[in-house]
Design a protein around this ligand. Structure first.
Ligand code: 5GP
Ligand code: ZN
Length: 114
């Protein structure tokens, strides 16, 4: 989509600190990190949110989770633990409407969320 921020990152029109890339998935550091490790995992193809992506393409849903797990290992948080977040829709607090998983770690995270 031409007016989508993350599609622009996929095209390389907006720079990003990419930590993992396959032909279907890209992971890059969040511009406003909320934890020592804060990486976004997105599909190359535009889907409006993670559940929609998984419904449209179940293999892609699995690939997003696999990429998140690989990022956690590469970022050194898989043993200490981390959180995967898929903010979805207005009440979910989603601000960018291209599917993305947040990989958050490197410190103890509070629960419940606000
Ligand atoms: P959401 O609020 O939709 O769950 O998450 C969107 C995330 O995208 C936010 O954490 C925000 O900091 C991040 N973000 C917004 N614009 C950019 C950008 O231009 N580059 C990067 N790397 N992250 C961005
Ligand atoms: Zn997009």
């Amino acid at each position: 989509m031409s007016d989508c921020l993350f599609c622009a990152i996929v095209r390389g029109d907006i720079p990003a600190d990419v930590v993992l890339r396959t032909d279907r998935v890209i992971a890059f550091r969040d511009i406003t990190p909320q934890a020592p490790v804060h990486v976004l995992v997105i599909p190359v193809d535009h889907h409006p949110d993670v559940p929609s992506a998984a419904l449209a393409d179940p293999v892609l849903g699995a690939e997003l989770l696999q990429a998140a797990a690989q990022v956690a290992v590469a970022e050194g948080v898989s043993d200490s633990g981390y959180r995967l977040v898929a903010n979805t829709g207005s009440h979910g607090g989603q601000t960018v409407h291209h599917a993305h998983l947040h990989v958050l770690g490197g410190r103890g995270l509070t629960w419940p969320p606000g």
